[in-house]
Design a protein around this ligand. Structure first.
Ligand code: MRU
Length: 375
């Protein structure tokens, strides 16, 4: 299965290469970025987007910045680390993966504080590479766990935004079960909403799925209820930008609406995310910072005036789906079922081992295949 890569090292390891998603679907253009500032700009302008992908891009960008700063005096080197971290962290507030990845690198740098600049940079570079590789493995595990929820028959899901390969370092989160089912020869069909206003569903997900040979039907966002009413899908499957300790889920604006619709129609509403998206320090969805985007993304989407020029616009980029509307949270470690508070705490301690607890259902019919970090 050949999937596009959202972010990777260049062949010589001296640049971060991203697929410029702002140009999709018209053009598949890869761009080389060689400073943390260039990576920060690419994240802020959503040329690379999706929670895991921006965490990875930020990590690679920071590692790159340190690698090119080793000739500085130690004090200036550490200042560079601080500045680059702040700049990258400030790009987008909602996805916790960004902060998570940068904090992980900071921890490694601190562990090596007594060493030379070169040694610190080398350790951070290795950690950033590990974040990329781990995410690839986590996506596969999410796919396996997600697939265990659909034991037989055609896989017919509705998804939103893009939680596929282009949002991650691997085969995606919400789309990973779809890719694995297709690879196994099972019949699959994905409905995807356009995802106004930036159209990640139509520009990115529809493109990514078609490129992989997956049957996909694009709908305007407002068609979702009608699709559910007509039983054209069996489940809703979305990604997440941040999962609070109580199981509330921040994801692309419009996700909450789908969850309400799914509940009304008796359809399962699944959230698929790596453990790096769980934020045990965020008590509930109410505290999650929600990014607001420019009014012009709504008023003049892609250049054409589609509303009165001066009309006030409210443009949150994400919403919060309350935990009680989430049927299950599919992680790289296991499938969590409500109530989520206790089990999320166990799984969300990233880099910490899963403590089996009530409500954690290992995937694979209890075979235990869900434990341990994804490989
Ligand atoms: O604004 P975006 O395109 O970065 O939003 C992306 C999403 O909301 C995705 O659903 C989420 O990051 C999950 S990606 C696996």
């Amino acid at each position: 299965m050949s999937l596009p890569e959202a972010v990777r090292w260049s062949a010589d390891g001296r640049a971060v290469v991203i697929l410029d998603q702002s140009r999709l679907p018209e053009e598949e253009r890869y761009v080389s970025l060689s400073t943390a500032e260039a990576v920060a700009e690419a994240i802020a302008s959503m040329r690379v987007r999706g929670a895991p992908a921006i965490g990875i891009a930020a990590a690679l960008g920071l590692a790159l910045e340190l690698s090119r700063s080793t000739a500085l005096a130690p004090e200036a080197f550490w200042q560079r680390l601080d500045h680059a971290t702040l700049r990258l962290r400030g790009t987008r507030p909602t996805a916790v993966n960004l902060t998570w990845a940068l904090e992980r690198l900071r921890g490694v740098a601190e562990q090596n504080r007594a060493r030379t600049n070169g040694e610190v940079a080398c350790a951070v570079y290795g950690e950033a590479t590990a974040i990329l590789e781990e995410d690839r493995a986590m996506c596969r595990r999410i796919g396996e766990h997600g697939l265990s929820l659909f034991p037989e028959g055609e896989l017919r899901v509705l998804t939103h935004c893009n939680a596929g390969a282009l949002a991650t370092g691997g085969m995606g989160t919400a789309l990973a079960p779809v890719y694995l089912a297709h690879a196994a020869g099972r019949s699959v069909h994905v409905y995807v909403g356009e995802t106004r206003p930036l159209l990640q569903g139509s520009r990115i997900t529809a493109w990514e799925l078609q490129r992989a040979g997956i049957p996909v039907t694009l709908i305007a966002d407002s068609v979702a209820g009608f699709v559910m009413q007509a039983r054209k899908v069996d489940a809703v499957m979305v990604g997440a930008d941040r999962i609070a300790a109580n199981g509330d889920v921040a994801n692309k604006i419009g996700t909450y609406t789908l969850a309400v619709l799914a509940r009304h129609h008796g359809l399962p509403f699944y959230v698929a995310a790596p453990t790096s998206t769980i934020d045990p320090g965020m008590p509930s969805g109410r505290e999650i910072p929600i990014e607001e985007r420019s009014a012009d993304e709504v008023r003049r989407g892609f250049g054409r005036l589609t509303a009165p020029e001066s009309v006030p616009v409210y443009a949150p980029a994400f919403d919060v789906t309350p935990a009680q509307l989430v049927t299950a949270i599919i992680t790289d470690r296991c499938v969590l079922q409500p109530p989520y508070a206790k089990t999320l705490r166990a799984v969300g301690e990233v880099g910490r081992e899963l403590v089996p607890a009530g409500g954690v259902r290992e995937s694979g019919s209890g075979s235990g295949s869900g434990s341990g970090a994804g490989a």
